[in-house]
Design a protein around this ligand. Structure first.
Ligand code: GDD
Ligand code: MN
Length: 396
């Protein structure tokens, strides 16, 4: 019997206090194509965390460069003191930095959880100081900040600094407490704090720290520690325009998500633009070109439909955007569904009108019915919400 099983066998059902081997700190590292960085990071962690019982959990979204395999190999070949403290959680057909961090934290049982990038841009030397800060004074969360004295954004391009600052200002919409760097992806928190918020998290997009603060029922007792954002030496940043979209989704979800689904709101916004397009085309064809009204209205309807489809594909369903031939198929399903929506709208409104309802009430009920039908059906048939289909989730 090895020492671990002996330990388990000798443990009564009522486990109290941590055992001598218990892990105190789990470092959660989300990765996507970081095969070259992972070995270096493990080396740095084991240097800096000597004397602490720690583990690292890489949460890898099935990177094509074989990151998960690299972690497994290292875990197998690690020297005795390290083996068992390196793990990977491989997710297939999924993408998402925030959700990766959440799932990594859920896979750990340590009383302290850290989150850091896997590309060596976060200074690992901060970890022992974060832990020290959390062990005292009832501190709940320690954040690595680029914007407190002593911190630095490193070699960030000027426009990225500007975007970062703007993002931080927008964050005030959903976070009530003062934070210098709410967009940071480098922090450590106590497990009980994580468990308090985990069910309220949106877990959408890139900004898990912001999500945690926005989801906490009370302000968290926070310590901000300065660090300099390193430069990426190997691999590529995954930051693209999608990140801005996801950020907007996260903020809206935090502000309104408990009342109306954010996607539906976006769909309505797009529809409003579609209405404007419709009337511009109608004015042009009927008023200015003097086409017969029915013809003008048909052209306007057709163009507005194409416009709505295109804009929904760009914005509302940005994360599931249809491209190439799928874009064409998608349009046909969209057109068929919206036509059925229009017919039922007209049918129901006419019926209500005939039943002596007021014309405007009949009109509104018809429109609401048609809109909800269109939204519900296109979300299922046009932009299939099928997270396991990695081709749809993201090809970036
Ligand atoms: N599992 C998983 N899934 N990991 C991902 C994904 C994903 O979809 N996208 C990115 N990652 C991993 C990367 O492999 C890296 O380890 C880490 O998340 C950060 O991604 P980068 O692409 O390097 O982000 P960045 O350097 O541009 O952004 C950093 O700065 C922001 C502050 O402006 C990150 O630290 C952010 O967390 C931070 O908020
Ligand atoms: Mn990075």
């Amino acid at each position: 019997m090895d020492s671990q099983t002996a330990n388990l066998a000798g443990t009564p059902n009522t486990v109290s206090g941590p055992g001598p081997q218990a892990v105190e700190l789990s470092v959660i590292v989300p990765t996507y194509n970081e095969a070259e960085n992972v070995p270096l990071l493990i080396g740095k962690l084991s240097d800096v965390l000597a004397g602490i019982r720690w583990e690292v959990i890489f949460v890898d979204d099935d990177s094509r460069d074989g990151t998960a395999g690299v972690v497994r190999k290292l875990a197998q070949s690690a020297p005795g003191s390290l083996s068992g403290s390196v793990r990977v959680l491989q997710r297939i057909g999924r993408r998402g930095l925030s959700s990766a961090c959440v799932e990594g934290a859920l896979a750990s049982s340590a009383p302290f959880i850290a989150v850091m990038d896997g590309d060596l841009q976060h200074d690992e030397r901060l970890l022992p100081r974060m832990l020290e800060a959390l062990r005292k004074d009832g501190n709940e969360i320690a954040v690595g900040s680029r914007f407190v004295p002593g911190g630095d954004v490193g070699e960030f391009a000027a426009n990225r600094i500007k975007i970062s600052k703007m993002g931080a200002r927008l964050a005030r919409l959903v976070v009530k407490q003062d934070l210098s760097d709410p967009m940071s992806g480098f922090f450590m928190l106590r497990r009980d704090v994580f468990e308090r918020v985990v069910r309220r998290l949106s877990a959408k997009g890139f900004k898990i720290l912001l999500d945690i603060f926005a989801s906490a029922p009370q302000p968290l007792k926070v310590v901000e520690l300065p660090f300099t954002f390193g430069s990426r030496i190997k691999g590529e940043s995954k930051l693209d325009t999608m990140v801005a979209w996801e950020y907007a989704m996260l903020l809206l979800d935090k502000m309104l998500g408990s009342y109306v689904p954010v996607r539906f709101l976006m769909y309505l916004g797009v529809g409003t633009f579609g209405l404007a397009v419709h009337f511009i085309v109608l004015w042009f064809t009927y008023k200015s070109r003097a086409l017969p009204f029915a013809e003008a209205q048909s052209i306007a309807t057709g163009i507005a439909m194409i416009f709505n489809y295109w804009l929904n594909n760009q914005i509302t369903y940005r994360d599931q955007r249809l491209k190439g031939i799928r874009f064409v198929y998608g349009f046909f399903s969209f057109a068929v569904i919206c036509s059925i929506g229009a017919l039922s709208n007209i049918g129901v409104a006419s019926y209500l009108f005939a039943e002596n309802q007021s014309w405007w009430l009949a009109g509104i009920i018809g429109v609401v019915l048609g809109t909800v039908w269109n939204y519900a059906m296109t979300s299922v048939f046009t932009w299939r919400v099928k997270p396991v289909d990695s081709k749809v989730v993201s090809e970036e």
